[in-house]
Design a protein around this ligand. Structure first.
Ligand code: CTP
Length: 407
């Protein structure tokens, strides 16, 4: 990140004591760092500390005429190559999500076109609160990169998810973001997401509870890792992650057609969609009338998109998902073998699990490897999954190079 200009926002939380170290880590990598503090942040650390480590006057106030004369806030918003808010308090996330401009830092976030990353830090109950979850989901959907939080001991004496990611790791993640050459740079990734709808008649269909959140998070994570991403989505109400090409489809048959069309040149296929397994043999041309006490609908199997891709001779690296209500790992392993996949991510689904939730938990199985991605936000899990895929791809390339060398 040599010469990159980082605007570091510090908000009010005890983790602010780690932010001067973050400034040093960013500067070690050659970045210029301009610190902007909220009023609450100044209750924890003084501007003098940040001035000493950043070598620049710290900005704290939207209404400071001298500072504004030197570099106005709009100019400062344009100056930044990236904005990192660390720590990002629950209050700041709420203000950012609702687009407030009630202090200098919030105004800068609204006025900048640079990528924004936030490193949340707060008590674990505050992090788990529905309001915070909704704010974070909204920010992530708008393309804000959410780094963490990490789990562990908290300053309040409790334990859980809410610690700020360590400065060294934050500096590395930001460097990767700015370099643009992420783990999947140069790869084309094709992803399916959401449910499918199978028509019964012109006004009715059979579908399922999939929200598409996991698939959209995987698309966002793959894009952030530098991939060229195509997302084939069933009907969902989610915004397209920035930089991702989206193709909307309705039925399993439409999804298969779109996937086969997009497949050439694809390096990785990730099948997160909850494709309907059966469809009505015939969709009625007119609305079905309630003529009888019971209604029988004859159903037939839909095409299996994932198995079709995995069976192609020129196939990409194929990743499936397994949604299970019982014997999660065992059923996933069977699907890995039966559908001839390279990797499968298994999760438990049920009334209150996984579907439409912002959180999830995954067991990832590859040929000869097993990983656990513990309970976390779907974007954090998606990032973990993308890293595992990148690692497996790199290991394959390495094996095939060694194979060539030995031959
Ligand atoms: N899948 C697919 N096309 C289908 C059915 C499933 O592409 N017609 C994919 C899903 O996207 C997922 C994987 O297959 O990656 C497993 O889906 P899941 O619903 O867990 O299993 P099924 O294969 O449908 O088997 P079952 O419903 O019997 O568990």
């Amino acid at each position: 990140m040599q010469g990159k200009r980082i605007l570091l926002g510090v908000t009010g939380g005890i983790a602010a004591y780690k932010s001067p170290d973050l400034v040093r880590r960013l500067r070690e990598r050659g970045a210029e760092v301009q610190v902007v503090m909220t009023a609450a942040a100044r209750e924890f650390v003084t501007p003098t500390t940040f001035q000493a480590v950043s070598g620049r006057t710290v900005r704290t106030d939207l209404w400071d005429p001298a500072a504004e004369a030197a570099m106005g806030h709009i100019e400062l918003a344009r100056w930044a190559d990236a904005v990192l808010i660390a720590p990002a308090s629950a209050d700041f996330l709420a203000r950012l999500a609702s687009g407030r401009a009630d202090d200098l830092l919030a105004t800068l976030c609204l006025a900048t076109e640079a990528p924004i990353a936030v490193a949340p830090a707060m008590n674990h109950v505050m992090w788990a609160n529905q309001a915070t979850r909704a704010n974070v989901a909204q920010l992530a959907a708008r393309g804000v990169l959410v780094l963490g939080p990490a789990a562990g001991d908290q300053a309040c004496g409790e334990e859980g998810l809410g610690r700020m990611v360590e400065p060294l790791e934050l500096a590395e993640q930001l460097a990767a973001l700015l370099a643009g050459g992420g783990e999947l740079a140069g790869r084309r990734v094709l992803i399916t997401a959401g449910p499918t709808r199978e028509r019964l008649d012109p006004v009715r269909f059979i579908s399922n509870r999939s929200s598409g959140k996991m698939g959209f998070a995987v698309a966002q994570a793959a894009r952030a890792a530098g991939a060229d991403v195509v997302l084939v989505s069933g009907p969902v109400s989610l915004p397209t992650p920035p930089g991702v090409t989206r193709i909307d489809v309705e039925s399993a048959a439409d999804m298969l057609a779109a996937v086969l069309k997009e497949l050439p040149g694809t390096h990785v296929f990730i099948s997160t969609a909850a494709v309907a397994d059966y469809r009505p043999v015939r969709a009625a041309q007119q609305k079905i009338k309630k003529a009888n006490d019971t209604l029988e609908v004859s159903m037939e199997r839909t095409p299996d998109v994932l198995a079709t891709v995995a069976a192609r001779p020129e196939r990409p690296f194929v990743v499936g998902f397994a949604a299970e209500t019982e014997s999660v790992e065992q059923n996933a392993r069977t699907k890995l073998m039966k559908k001839n996949l390279d990797m499968i991510a298994a999760n438990e689904v049920g009334d209150d699990k996984a579907f439409d939730s912002d959180e999830n938990q995954l067991i990832v199985l590859a040929r000869g490897a097993r990983y656990e991605l513990g309970r976390a936000g779907k974007l954090a899990l998606a990032r973990g999954l993308v890293s595992l895929i990148a690692r497996e791809l790199a290991a394959r390339a390495d094996r095939s190079l060694r194979g060539t060398a030995l031959a």
